[in-house]
Ligand binder design. Structure first.
Ligand code: NAD
Length: 262
């Protein structure tokens, strides 16, 4: 028996990066998985089938768009219908946009708040009744060090992630007497496409070269001078699902090479 072999998990935004690593780590522990996210249909099918083949679990894919609250709620309902229960919910889907507040496009603000903050609210709202009724649940919100501290030019993302920390604590209090833990992981810079894609905008906003952005903006903020890996984030998510973590709830846990210690 693998530790999560009786559990069913949703990981939003799991077609790449941190979400995909968490989905694969849960599957390695025996959980059935609902993948979600954007991307090329053939590439997603390869990942889905790969998870079933590599780990001997069931893995399905939902194209629910995190911009749409009804689709988020349906994602939870359909996972419950397919697997019988939803035991683990990871709110991971996220987008970023970098610009000074005076130039920040309103549609980007709205999209970031919807995907990074409102979608987790809808997913938690839909998932809590089933988890409470079975007296067991694990909700993990992938926040950011930007849930704890700010930096310029990321107003929407930082507002959403601070909000997600507040949602985490509130949901933790509401789930506490029902065996449901709710925690947030707050990564520093993890080398994924989300980080790679913000380099050109940061170069423009700060008038820097690519090398300067990597050295003076990204790794300058991490005393270890290393990027966090997706596997390190996934390992913490697996731990939060274990019995050893049942008294951990309402925490916002940095994995950031020491950046928020400064
Ligand atoms: P990524 O771009 O590789 O993954 C983002 C995922 O979200 C993808 O699967 C994408 O398809 C999905 N997604 C985006 N918009 C969506 C939508 N409308 N509906 C459904 N899915 C959607 O980036 P990542 O770095 O793996 O980011 C994952 C999470 O980690 C995000 O919440 C991000 O804010 C957070 N985070 C990342 C870092 C980092 O350095 N990479 C640091 C701190 C926090």
């Amino acid at each position: 028996m693998r530790p999560l072999s009786s559990k069913n998990a949703i990981v939003t935004g799991s077609t790449s990066g941190i979400g995909l690593a968490i989905a694969r780590a849960f599957a390695a522990e025996g959980a059935n998985i609902t993948l979600n996210g954007l991307g090329d249909a053939d590439a997603i099918e390869l990942e889905r089938a790969g998870i079933e083949r590599d780990f001997g679990v069931k893995c399905r894919y939902s194209a629910a768009n995190m911009m749409n609250g009804q689709e988020v709620a349906a994602l939870v309902r359909e996972a419950e219908k397919t697997f019988g229960t939803l035991d683990i919910l990871v709110n991971n889907a996220g987008i970023q946009y970098v610009a000074p507040i005076e130039e920040f496009p309103e549609d980007k603000w709205d999209a970031i708040i919807r995907i990074n903050l409102t979608a987790p609210f809808h997913a938690i709202k839909a998932a809590l009744p089933g988890m409470k009724s079975r007296n067991w649940g694990r909700i993990i919100n992938i926040a950011s060090v930007h849930a704890l501290v700010a930096s310029p030019f990321k107003s929407a993302y930082i507002s959403a992630k601070h909000g997600l920390a507040g949602l985490t604590k509130t949901a933790a209090l509401e789930g506490a007497a029902h065996g449901v833990t709710v925690n947030a992981i707050a990564p520093g810079y993890v080398w994924t496409s989300l980080v790679e894609k913000q380099i050109p905008d940061t170069m423009k906003a700060r008038n820097m070269t690519e090398q300067e952005v990597k050295r003076d903006v990204l790794l300058a903020a991490q005393p270890t001078k290393g990027f966090v890996t997706v596997e390190e984030i996934a390992a913490l998510a697996v731990f939060l699902c274990s019995d050893a973590a049942k008294q951990m709830t309402g925490a916002v846990l940095p994995v950031d090479g020491g950046s928020t210690a400064e």
